[in-house]
Design a protein around this ligand. Structure first.
Ligand SMILES: [Zn+2]
Length: 473
């Protein structure tokens, strides 16, 4: 890796080149800060605007000679799409997408104004610093650097900066997929948020979880019907009792372990890292032994269904004829059929259930060349990194792009110092990102997106600490 000296957020590179130039590192920082200052709060239900951020992104692309298209789904709800042609016309295209909207921030709770984009002591503060204006900025800085330095990616790269990810995606990725599918022609794989950050798992162990799947969303409405009547009378068709029994059965149900390919790979790698046998016959026991990293595997080894809301009755001495409840269900890849039949059984004959919101689970192969290239890029810039796949317990825009047959990975590289609680800052107070983390991210993104770590590409000759140009297994 090249030596670097820092003065403020200016970085001077010495030593062998690493792909991007020093200006790209500075731009990643400046763009992050600038984008944070453009308030793109998404309050849901159509209340949000990304237009100014989209214009900012489009300007940076156009300035580098990359032709952007601004696609507005509704007034103020703007997306940006651009295509960078690759050198290999036979290669499938890679989609790189990032959302421009952010969740609300309550200024009174923060140490700095949440839309200040302030850079202090080597850290950029503000809403969107990790979710995910930082990634938008790193991607912009990377592709602009290619133009300046005369480099091109092997694959076509399609860039998409989207609106409305933090709500339904109806004005963003959902709209693009429905109305502008042609812009994504040839894309087979995608990268976006929520993966490839440093997870410190104790004893100097640095794990980089790369998302290779998402659980599905199954929000359900339960309705129990019965015989309405006086609260003092015998009633063996009480809707409240029927609902309560069903809710209790769902809440107490212990879902069986269902290991997907992604989770199997994760457990096998984590067991190896800790020098343990990968005993997949007793996954819960294994999870107990693999330390802090179990936190990102545990929610995804089985389906889940948690009762969250109850709605029944209006007077203490009146038995209502109907009682309702809501349940938050999540489904592992391949687990849909089991989920449906289990819910039928647990709700029983007197309680009906339906989806209130339903999104499919996703899975992405971890034996694919793209995954190997992500691993290689991370290991290249952090020798000693352990790259481990994981399944996201929630969902992202990848669900929308999957409708076009695009396989999505969570790959938004950041090298974070010990004690930096990335998970807590997601949608959290005092969201922030270290400048150094962005520098690392730009280098990794450049290497991966350009296809520089593949066998055909020349190695970064003489780079100390760097591996040769081969793809990691
Ligand atoms: Zn996000």
């Amino acid at each position: 890796m090249a030596e670097q000296q820092q003065a403020g957020h200016k970085t001077v590179l010495s030593g062998p080149p690493t792909g991007v130039d020093a200006r790209a590192l500075d731009e990643a920082v400046r763009f992050t800060s600038d984008l944070i200052r453009i308030d793109t709060t998404n309050r849901g239900g159509g209340d949000g605007t990304e237009r100014l951020a989209a214009e900012y992104v489009a300007e940076q692309l156009a300035d580098a000679g990359i032709e952007p298209r601004i696609l507005e789904s509704a007034p103020g709800r703007a997306n940006v799409v651009a295509r960078i042609p690759g050198t290999d016309p036979a290669a499938d295209a890679l989609l790189v997408h990032g959302h421009l909207d952010v969740v609300p921030a309550e200024a009174a709770d923060w140490s700095v104004p949440p839309f200040s984009g302030e850079i202090r002591d080597g850290v950029i503060w503000g809403r969107g610093a990790i979710d995910m204006k930082n990634t938008d900025a790193m991607v912009l800085a990377t592709v602009r650097s290619w133009v300046r330095t005369g480099q091109r990616p092997a694959r076509d790269i399609v860039l998409a900066f989207t609106a409305d990810e933090e709500d339904s995606a109806a004005y963003g990725a959902g709209y693009l997929v429905k109305q502008h599918a042609d812009l994504f022609e040839g894309c087979t794989e995608a990268i976006s948020e929520s993966g490839a950050y440093t997870f410190h798992a104790g004893e100097g162990l640095r794990i980089y979880p790369v998302a290779a799947g998402e659980r599905g969303t199954a929000w359900m409405k339960l309705t129990a019907h019965g015989r309405a009547g006086h609260g003092s009378k015998v009633n063996d068709e009480n809707a409240v009792s029927r609902l309560a029994a069903a809710v209790a059965r769902i809440g107490e149900y212990r879902w069986p372990v269902r290991i997907t390919d992604t989770v199997r790979a994760a457990l096998t790698e984590l067991a190896a890292v800790h020098g343990l046998p990968a005993d997949l016959d007793d996954v819960d026991a294994l999870l107990d032994r693999i330390g802090p990293a179990a936190a990102f595997v545990r929610p995804t080894v089985r389906n889940s269904a948690n009762p969250t809301m109850l709605d029944a009755g209006y007077k203490v001495n009146v038995i209502p004829g109907v009682a309702g409840a809501f349940v938050d269900g999540r489904i592992v890849p391949g687990g849909q059929e089991e989920f449906t039949s289990t819910m039928d059984r647990l709700t029983g004959p007197h309680v009906a259930w339906e989806y209130y919101h339903h999104e499919v689970p996703l899975t992405a192969p971890v034996d694919a060349p793209a995954y190997a290239a992500m691993r290689e890029a991370l290991e290249h810039f952090d020798p000693g990194a352990h790259v481990v796949p994981f399944c996201m317990s929630g969902g992202t825009d990848a669900k929308q792009f999957s409708r076009l047959g695009i396989t999505g990975y969570g790959f938004s590289p950041l090298k974070l110092p010990p004690g930096f609680d990335y998970q807590a800052l997601f949608h959290g107070v005092d969201e922030r990102v270290p400048v150094d983390a962005l520098h690392f991210g730009v280098r990794v993104l450049d290497r991966f997106m350009r296809g520089a770590g593949t066998a055909q590409a020349p190695a970064a000759a003489g780079a100390s600490g760097a591996r040769d140009g081969e793809v990691g297994a």
